[in-house]
Design a protein around this ligand. Sequence first.
Ligand code: NCD
Length: 308
Amino acid sequence: MKHLIDIMDLSIEELDEMIDVAKDIIADPEKYAHKCAGKKLATLFFEPSTRTRLSFEAAMYELGGNVLGFSEAQSSSAAKGESVSDTIRTVGCYADIIAMRHPKEGAPIAGTRRSTVPVINAGDGGHNHPTQTLTDLLTISREKGRLDHLTIGLCGDLKFGRTVHSLINAMSRYTGNRFVLISPEELKIPEYLRYETLIKKEQDFVETGDLEGAMPELDILYMTRVQRERFFNEQDYLRLKDSYILTPDKLEYAKEDLSILHPLPRVNEISVAVDDDPRARYFEQVRNGKYIRMALILKLLKEAGTIN
Ligand code: NCD
């Protein structure tokens, strides 16, 4: 049974194929409108979400399928002490595919062990968020026409930001990319990522605290929110939350064809005044999230033999 827990579960060929399918869906949505007729997606969200859950639901509806699920742990049997594994096994009796989000790192893997249907990790704690990365890859591919030879600035909470971790892993597989990691000292990327992905695989990367200094060389600027819910104390969060605020004046020395991305939700790390800049692409990125999730649902259901 093929699941999607980590972006590295997919080969480059599979990533490219899904991006192509998503582009085809954008070009001809009618062709896909009944592909999942009679099939059900369950969304099990033990942690809050707007985009991820709703884009999964919208994706399944646009494929002609149906959706069931819950959006907070308190309304599920987790509140009675049920294990993730039992919840998944149970839901697999009702649904053909499951998307789950959980505050604990590794929970989706535990959930897949006895699962009879494909499970998609829709975010596990501060660890991974592979479907946001699929969204980011489709966006970069549509914006830039390629996924290689790009200078990507990642700015903000690189320590707890799971979208950052998955995106670095994915982009490091394409040749010639350069990573500019912009964060306060306390929010630098985790050691395992620096060592396993960047150093061991001989990636071109720098770590800096200076957003404006880095700006002129960037093709992509990926802003992130400081992840309040993952801090151990509120004082640290308050001290670090406004480390970077992207305003129009900071874009003065940016490339004309820079793409500004953000997984959203934004707090105040991008001023709303930036939204009118043609380089602000984060709401287009939201739209792409639905199409790539449609491609993912199709792929996993095909591999499970549920659709043909
Ligand atoms: C991200 C997440 O949940 O990690 N949101 C999302 O899925 N688009 C980013 C965030 O919460 O900051």
